[in-house]
Design a protein around this ligand. Structure first.
Ligand code: NAD
Ligand code: DAU
Length: 350
């Protein structure tokens, strides 16, 4: 069945994997990728699909109401898969307003424009909002986030994503706009910008730079290979029920220190370095303000209702990720030149 689908943020990390999957798997769909190409967006991430006949890239900002309204009026999309966002917690601590503007107001602009073009006829329409487990706040030593866990966001990033989730549900309730929301745990894999833990540490190990561990390093995250997230989005988009929320996670909890030790061991082997060489780069630094102690997702609903499960173990996914970064040196060099240097200096060298 033919459909015109707008994917936002498709030049970013997760968005690029979603765009690639949809363009290749569904030749009958027309995929529009809308991205502002901020520091985190990079057309190199999806260069392999740029010539596909069912793919169109649109450069634009979801904050720009006029531009968004014109685009929706012109293209009359059947569905939106919304990933564009400011996504890094540390940046939200230094500049919260950028997160409110893109994540809250930008999402509202898309919702309004979609509602306006549907003109009350929502048959076969869908707004899919991609969100995060951070909206649920922080867990203690036990327990998991389920779809009914109360929202309790702790960082400006998490609060902006929580607000956008609420706005999507409000549009569903008030205007009858069909929607699904998924809340996913920490992703890792190819094309992730090296401000996030895993690509930052791969980059630093490669360059023999120190590994800045926040606080005591005992913070826990639940890691999921990005291609498994993209497959879950595909499944939820096609089989998810209107107005439902789905948690996505790897049942794969690691403390930061355990993860860093595994990464160092894999890097030592791949770089042919002496065992234990990279671990010596670990440096404890000042903790992140308001740092959430533990995230862990219960993905039972997605597994039981839609049959999804992760396809790789963490060891396999991490090894693939390390290989990708080592084989794509020019990608890493390009994204770490220019503005990245100033960011790194401000974050880590004060
Ligand atoms: P990312 O920062 O790598 O990419 C974000 C993309 O959005 C970039 O291409 C950027 O250019 C674009 N963008 C930013 N502001 C924009 C604007 N105003 N207008 C248009 N485009 C804009 O992010 P990511 O890690 O790929 O995350 C994608 C989505 O998934 C986000 O909504 C994030 O909250 C969510 N998420 C991320 C993770 C994770 O671990 N990375 C986990 C769960 C959910
Ligand atoms: O849980 C989903 C979220 O995961 C997504 O919504 C966010 O977009 C994504 O950025 C990620 O958030 P985190 O804050 O968990 O990811 P980050 O990679 O920034 O940090 C992971 C852990 O590592 C966290 O406990 C902080 C720590 N850390 C991070 C960096 C960048 C360090 O110890 N040192 C660092 O330099």
């Amino acid at each position: 069945m033919s459909k015109k689908i707008l994917i936002t943020g498709g030049a970013g990390f997760i968005g690029a994997h979603v765009v690639r999957l949809f363009v290749n798997k569904y030749p009958a769909y027309q995929i529009y990728n809308l991205d502002a190409l901020t520091y985190a967006g990079n057309l190199e991430n999806i260069a392999d699909v740029e010539d596909a006949t069912n793919y169109t890239f649109v450069k634009g900002d979801i904050k720009d109401i006029t531009f968004i309204n014109d685009l929706f009026q012109k293209e009359q999309f059947d569905a939106v898969i919304h990933l564009a966002a400011e996504s890094h917690v540390d940046r939200s601590i230094t500049n919260p307003n950028a997160f409110i503007e893109t994540n809250v107001l930008g999402t509202a602009n898309l919702l309004n424009a979609f509602r306006d073009t549907c003109k009350g006829n929502f048959e076969d329409k869908l707004f899919y909002h991609v969100s995060t487990d951070e909206v649920y706040g922080s867990l203690g030593k036990t327990g998991l986030f389920t779809e009914t866990t109360s929202y309790d966001p702790q960082s400006p990033y998490a609060a902006s994503k929580a607000a956008s989730d609420h706005m999507v549900r409000a549009f569903g309730n008030t205007y009858g706009m069909p929607f699904v929301i998924s809340n996913c745990s920490n992703n890792y894999g190819a094309n992730q910008f090296p401000e996030k833990l895993i690509p930052l540490f791969i980059h630093n190990i490669k360059n023999n730079k120190s590994l800045p561990v926040y606080g005591d390093g005992q913070y826990t995250r639940d890691w999921l290979f990005v291609e498994d997230h993209a497959k879950a989005i595909d499944l939820i988009f096609h089989k998810g029920k209107n107005t439902e929320t789905y948690n996505i996670g790897g049942f794969n909890e690691w403390t930061n220190l355990d993860l860093i030790h595994l990464l160092c061991a894999q890097m030592d082997e791949k770089l042919d370095r002496e065992k234990g060489a990279s671990v010596k780069l670990i440096t404890y630094v000042k903790d992140r303000a308001g740092h959430d102690r533990r995230y862990a997702i219960d993905a039972t609903k997605l597994n039981k209702e839609l049959g999804w499960k992760p396809s790789v173990t963490f060891e396999q996914g991490l090894a693939k990720t390390v290989d990708w970064y080592l084989e794509n040196e020019s990608w890493l060099n390009n994204v770490t030149s220019g503005a990245y240097q100033a960011y790194y200096k401000k974050m880590y060298e004060v």
